[in-house]
Ligand binder design. Structure first.
Ligand code: F3S
Length: 398
C-alpha cells in the first residue's frame, strides 16, 4: 500500500470534494498496481483523449461529473481536439460534431484547464525543466519531456492525467524513478540525419527494432546536432513505432551520460537502412490530394519557413498547417499567416490531420512526419508519402 500524506488521505476521504476523491481513488489504484511507495508532486499536466470522436458520450459524462466540483491545482493543457475551434467550417467539419466537441472543451474549461489543444505543450508555455515531475498523456510529448528536457513522466491515460491535474499528484513509479531510466540498447547512426522527415524515418527504424527485440529505451549516438523541430519529429515517430517514452542521445539530451551506456545490444544504422525505411513510408500508387505539415504541431520556425516558400504562390491542393493556437497567434502577428492564407493554404489550429474526423475525405496525404504516415494509413485509410517540408510545399503548389 502507498504511504499518503495527510492531505492526500483527506482527498481520498472526500474532504476536498467529489472530484478530488474520485481522482485520488484513480491514482492510489494505479499506484498500488505499479507498487509505488508514495505520490510525487507534478509541475504540470497534459491531457489526451480530447477529441469527441474518441471520448463519445460516455467519456463526456465522466468529464461532466468531474467538472461538477473539480478544479485543477496545476498548469494543465489539452491534446489536439477533433477540430479547429474557430475555423472548423472552412475545414469541412460538420455542425453536430462541432457542437459535441465544444461540450467537451467547455467541461475541461470549467475545471480551470487552459483549453489550448496541442501535442507540443512544451512550445506554448506548459514547459517543464530538467528533473521536474509531470503527468502528460500524449505519447510524442511524453517522449520529448522525458528525453529532450529530462523531465519525468509516465504516459498517462485521459482519466489519470485529469486526476493528477485535480490533485497535483501522481504515483511515484515508472519513469519517475532513476532505476527505470537506463538505456538498454545502443544504436550507432553512421549516416548524416537532417530534417524533420529524416529524423522521423530514423525514429521508425529504431522503433521497429525495439519492438522486434522487446526493448524500450534506446541510446543513440552519431547525431552531432538536432533542432527542436527534428527532435519533436523523432519523438513522435519513435513513440509511434516503438512505444518509446524515453531515449538518450549522445551529446544532445541532458541525461545521456547520467546512466551507463549499454555495451551489448549494439546496432548500426546506415544510409541503406534510411533509404529502405523511407521507401516503406511512400505508397507507390499514391495520388496526393492533401498535404499537411505540423505533426507534431508546427513551431513558429516551421511556419516562418512555409510562409517564405509560399510567398506570392498559389496552392492547388488542400494544404493544412496544424499548430497550437498560441503559435498561430504569433504567426498572425508576424505576418506569416497572411502570406500562407493568401496562397490558399489553411491553418488548422487545435487539431491535426490525424484526430480531425476526415477519414476517407482524401485519397493520398503528403507529410514530413513518419507518425502522420502511420496514422494516415491506419486511421484515415489514406495512401501516404513522406518528404521534406520543402517537398511537401512543392507538392501543394504543383
Ligand atoms: Fe500531434 Fe496529431 Fe501528430 S496529435 S503528434 S499532430 S498525430
Amino acid at each position: 500500500m502507498m504511504k499518503l500524506t495527510t492531505e492526500e488521505q483527506e482527498m481520498l476521504e472526500g474532504k476536498y470534494g467529489k472530484a478530488a476523491k474520485k481522482s485520488m481513488e484513480i491514482l492510489t489504484t494505479l499506484g498500488d498496481i505499479f507498487e509505488a511507495d508514495s505520490m510525487v508532486k507534478v509541475y504540470g499536466v497534459q491531457i489526451a483523449g480530447v477529441s469527441y470522436a474518441n471520448l463519445g458520450e460516455a467519456g463526456l459524462e465522466f468529464l461532466s461529473e468531474m467538472a461538477e466540483d473539480g478544479k485543477v491545482r496545476v498548469l494543465t493543457t489539452l491534446n489536439p481536439a477533433g477540430m479547429d475551434r474557430e475555423n472548423w467550417q472552412a475545414l469541412g467539419i460538420d455542425e453536430e460534431f462541432a457542437k459535441n466537441q465544444n461540450r467537451v472543451i467547455d467541461a475541461f474549461a470549467k475545471m480551470g484547464i487552459i483549453t489550448t489543444c496541442s501535442c507540443t505543450p512544451y512550445l506554448i508555455g506548459n514547459t517543464p525543466h530538467y528533473g521536474q515531475h509531470l503527468a502528460w498523456a500524449e505519447s510524442s510529448a511524453v517522449c520529448y519531456a522525458n528525453s529532450v528536457i529530462g523531465a519525468r513522466t509516465n504516459r498517462e491515460g485521459g482519466p489519470s492525467a485529469l486526476a493528477s491535474a485535480i490533485t497535483g499528484k501522481t504515483p511515484n513509479y515508472g519513469y519517475h524513478l532513476d532505476a527505470n531510466r537506463y538505456s538498454q540498447v545502443h544504436f550507432k547512426v553512421n549516416t548524416p540525419i537532417r530534417g524533420t522527415d529524416q529524423f522521423g524515418i530514423l525514429g521508425k527504424i529504431i522503433g521497429d527494432k525495439l519492438v522486434e527485440i522487446g526493448k524500450k529505451i534506446p541510446y543513440i549516438s552519431g547525431i552531432p546536432i538536432a533542432t527542436i523541430e527534428e527532435l519533436k519529429s523523432f519523438c513522435a515517430s519513435v513513440a509511434t513505432y516503438g512505444g518509446t517514452a524515453l531515449f538518450h542521445m549522445e551529446e544532445i539530451t541532458p541525461e545521456y551520460d547520467r546512466y551507463p551506456k549499454p555495451s551489448d545490444n549494439v546496432f548500426k544504422i546506415d544510409k541503406d537502412d534510411m533509404n529502405q525505411a523511407r521507401l516503406e513510408l511512400i505508397d507507390e500508387d499514391s495520388e496526393i490530394d492533401f498535404v499537411s505539415i505540423g505533426c507534431p504541431h508546427a513551431s513558429i520556425h516551421e511556419i516562418a519557413t512555409i510562409a517564405e516558400l509560399l510567398e506570392g504562390k498559389k496552392i492547388k491542393k488542400e494544404f493544412w498547417i496544424t499548430t497550437a493556437r498560441p503559435t498561430k497567434k504569433l504567426a498572425d502577428a508576424a505576418g506569416y499567416s497572411k502570406l500562407i492564407e493568401d496562397a490558399g493554404a489553411k491553418f488548422a489550429a487545435d487539431t491535426c490531420c490525424v484526430v480531425a474526423p476526415i477519414k476517407g475525405r482524401f485519397k493520398g496525404i503528403m507529410v514530413d512526419s513518419a507518425k502522420a504516415c502511420y496514422y494516415g494509413r491506419a486511421k484515415n485509410k489514406f495512401k501516404v508519402r513522406i518528404g521534406t517540408l520543402e517537398q511537401c510545399v512543392e507538392e501543394a503548389i504543383k
